[in-house]
Every structure is written in structure tokens, then in C-alpha cells.
Ligand binder design. Structure first.
Ligand code: CS2
Ligand code: MG
Length: 408
């Protein structure tokens, strides 16, 4: 079997998605997700101009060899653009391999280790009453766990707070056609640190002590602030506290670990195992977050999961709307198969997105299952995809009250 074409499809059914479609001389095709929110076109160029030509004429079954060739052959390694492009190739080759075998991907990854995949949904509100209503809505949809985010008193626009549906084709309340320039959000860490305990206190008193609660600090705190927050919220028994501090400096998590037993999750912006080494070797985290789309694909992510598992660290793959149904399908197969599974983030997608990417995975009463279609189980409606062309859109930027830029 040989690859005869590798085509990049960019579509925007409410938000931008980048998909690689690999076709073989035997007519078997494979799909891969290469969506990098806010920098999509950089990955398109990397795929279209640099990787696709190298794939023509190669054997799609040589998944490991192709991954190593693309990673080592570039000389320049790592980084979100490179690893998203390689991820799309890797997913597509696994899709082809599993389709050729007539098996769903999870069967090639060791088979099912569980019956279904537990998820968590996003609850948010500008204030606490809105947040409580949003938690009720997620529970009514069957989510067994909920991430809680709200506005911060005194701040106008904060990450993770948008009105209306949980399945947002929006970024923090803005439609994609309103993001041709980065939306400005504002931030005040002191106000945020004062506010978080009141959020958790309100949710715990309304919904009780047993509901698994998650909160995302979104890379905004210094190591000292992170340690203080992890310690302050310990009494609320969170399922996890996410992205406490920008963890390029992995050692900075030591302080939080010394001051709290609150479970920590990190890694949605990490793209190789080297981003995690200190965090895993010193057990500074409890969950690894990288999505298959941003970590170079199924091949490296399953290796990371095994490495993390040696330290009793579990998975919590990133699963917002900007992971396409192709990337989501790939990680649900992994979720079902790996032993040290933790939880899967699942924001869902819009109805139009589900029509562009017809998929075999199911979401029922808060649990996912990849289904048993051969391969990833996803089909791309290229005609419908073409009807929704790319829309230039940036992620927001964060500013402190003095106007200086801060992590978003
Ligand atoms: C967030 C993401 O889901 C999460 O945990 O951190 O929504 C993140 O803001 C987006 O994926 C950025 O594109
Ligand atoms: Mg996050």
C-alpha cells in the first residue's frame, strides 16, 4: 500500500479546524486533526509545504518509522506548530492501519480497559448565580464532573466565561467573525485569588461535597500565587486544579506541591515528553493534559501515558471545542484503551460541526465511547467543509490593570 495524496482541508463551521486527509493507492483514506487555535495557517503551511510532499509514495503502515522520520528529519524539533502537523499525519496513518485491519483504533491499542469514558463539562457564569445555573445545566446533561469558572468582581471580561450554551462556537462570548484582532480581556490576580474560594464555597454548599469539581487557573499565577491557591482550595476537595502556573519552569510546581495535596493537572500547551520530565519524575502533577492533536499524535501520546503511569499519574486529555471531532475521536480511543485513564474533557461541538465531521463516537449521560467503526470512525464531508471557509481569528490577550500584557 502506498500514499498517493495528502490534502489539507481548512473549514470553519463556527470555528476553524485544520484536517489532513491521506489517501492510499488502495482507496483507503485516513484523517488527522491539525487544529492549533489562533495559529491554524502556520500548521497548514507546515503540512502542505513541508510534510505532505514527503508522504507521497511511502507505506502508510510504517507509523512509527514515519513519525520518527518527520520528527528527526526536520532538524528543528518540538513546538506546537511542528507537533500539530506531525500529529495529523500520525492520526491519519493510525486511521488507515485500523481501517485496513477492519478494527476500531482502540483494538489496536490493546483493546478496551473500561466500558466507557468519564467526562467533565464546562460550567461558567459572569457571577455565582449564573454559575450555579450552569452547573445545574451540565448535571442535567449527565456530566459526572464539572469545571467551574466565573467572572471576577471588578473585571469586565475574563477567560472561560461566555453566555449561553456550553457548546460555544465562540471564544469567551465572542463569535469567530469578531476575533479578526485579539480580544482584550482584563486580569487582576489579587482579585481572582480572593474570589476563587467564594466560588467553590457556593458550589459546594449548593451541590454538596461529592460532585467532582475542577477549576482552570489558565497559566496565570506565579509559583507563590499558585502554591497559595492550591493551599487555600484544599478544603474544597477538587478533582483537580489546572494550569496553576506557566510550567515552562517545571520546578516551579514544587512550591505548590509542598503546600497542598490538591490534585494538579497540567500540559494542554505541552507538545513533547520533555515538557513533562521534571513534573513526572518528581510527581509534581497528578494528571497529564496534552491532547493528541498538540502532542504529535497517538504514537507519542500513548508513550507519555505509559511513562506517567509509572508514577501513578493519570490522563485528563484536553477536549475543548477547538479539538476537532477527528482529534477527539483519536483520544477517546486512547481513553478507552489505556489503564491509567483519569477523565476526558468534553465541551462537545456545534450541530454544524458534527455534520461536517460525521463520527462514530457517542456521548451518553456524561460518558463517551469511541464506537466500533473501523479506524477513528470519522468521515469528513468535504463539500460541507468547503461551504464554510477559514475565518481569521485570534485567541484573546490578557492585560493587567496597568495595561501590561499577562498570560491569557
Ligand atoms: C482551556 C481551553 O479547555 C481548557 O482547559 O484551557 O479552552 C483553552 O483555553 C483553549 O483550548 C485555547 O484554544
Ligand atoms: Mg485549560
Amino acid at each position: 500500500m502506498q500514499i498517493i495524496s495528502a490534502d489539507v482541508v481548512v473549514t470553519s463551521p463556527g470555528r476553524n479546524f485544520v484536517t489532513l486527509k491521506v489517501t492510499t493507492d488502495e482507496g483507503v483514506t485516513g484523517l488527522g486533526d491539525a487544529t492549533l487555535n489562533g495559529r491554524e495557517q502556520a500548521v497548514v503551511a507546515y503540512l502542505r509545504d513541508h510534510l505532505a510532499p514527503l508522504l507521497i509514495g511511502t507505506d502508510p503502515h510504517r507509523v512509527e518509522h514515519t513519525w520518527q522520520s518527520l520528527y528527526r528529519g526536520a532538524y528543528w524539533r518540538r513546538g506546537p506548530v511542528t507537533m500539530a502537523a506531525i500529529a495529523a499525519v500520525d492520526m491519519a496513518l493510525w486511521d488507515i492501519k485500523a481501517k485496513t485491519a477492519g478494527l476500531p483504533l482502540y483494538q489496536l491499542l490493546g483493546g478496551a480497559s473500561r466500558d466507557r469514558v468519564r467526562t467533565y463539562g464546562h460550567a461558567n457564569g459572569r457571577d455565582i448565580p449564573e454559575l450555579l445555573d450552569s452547573v445545574r445545566a451540565r448535571l442535567a446533561e449527565g456530566y459526572p464532573a464539572v469545571r467551574v469558572q466565573t467572572g471576577v468582581p471588578g473585571l469586565q471580561r475574563v477567560y472561560g466565561v461566555h453566555q449561553g450554551t456550553a457548546i460555544a462556537a465562540e471564544v469567551d462570548g465572542m463569535r469567530i467573525d469578531q476575533l479578526a484582532r485579539p480580544m482584550e480581556e482584563d486580569w487582576d490576580t489579587a482579585a481572582y485569588l480572593r474570589h476563587v474560594p467564594t466560588i467553590l464555597e457556593a458550589v459546594r454548599s449548593e451541590f454538596g461535597a461529592e460532585l467532582p469539581l475542577l477549576h482552570d487557573a489558565h497559566h496565570r499565577l506565579s509559583p507563590q500565587e499558585a502554591a497559595r491557591l492550591a493551599s487555600t482550595v484544599e478544603r474544597y476537595d477538587l478533582f483537580w486544579l489546572e494550569d496553576l502556573t506557566p510550567a515552562e519552569n517545571q520546578a516551579s510546581l514544587r512550591l505548590a506541591r509542598q503546600h497542598s495535596t490538591t490534585p494538579l493537572a497540567i500540559g494542554e500547551v505541552f507538545n513533547t515528553v520533555f515538557d513533562y520530565q521534571t513534573l513526572i519524575d518528581e510527581h509534581l502533577i497528578d494528571y497529564v493534559r496534552s491532547a493528541v492533536t498538540h502532542f504529535g499524535g497517538v504514537t507519542p501520546l500513548r508513550k507519555l501515558v505509559d511513562y506517567a503511569g509509572q508514577h501513578q499519574i493519570r490522563t485528563g486529555f484536553h477536549g475543548p471545542e477547538d479539538i476537532s471531532p477527528v482529534g477527539m475521536a483519536a483520544q477517546i480511543h486512547l481513553d478507552l484503551a489505556v489503564h491509567n485513564f483519569g477523565i476526558q474533557e468534553y465541551s462537545g461541538h456545534t450541530e454544524l460541526t458534527h455534520r461536517v465531521f460525521r463520527h462514530g463516537y457517542t456521548f451518553t449521560d456524561g460518558y463517551l465511547h469511541p464506537g466500533d467503526l473501523p479506524g477513528l470512525g470519522v468521515e469528513l464531508d468535504e463539500e460541507l467543509a468547503a461551504a464554510h471557509p477559514y475565518v481569521p481569528a485570534y485567541l484573546p490577550v490578557n492585560r493587567l490593570l496597568d495595561g501590561s500584557v499577562h498570560d491569557w
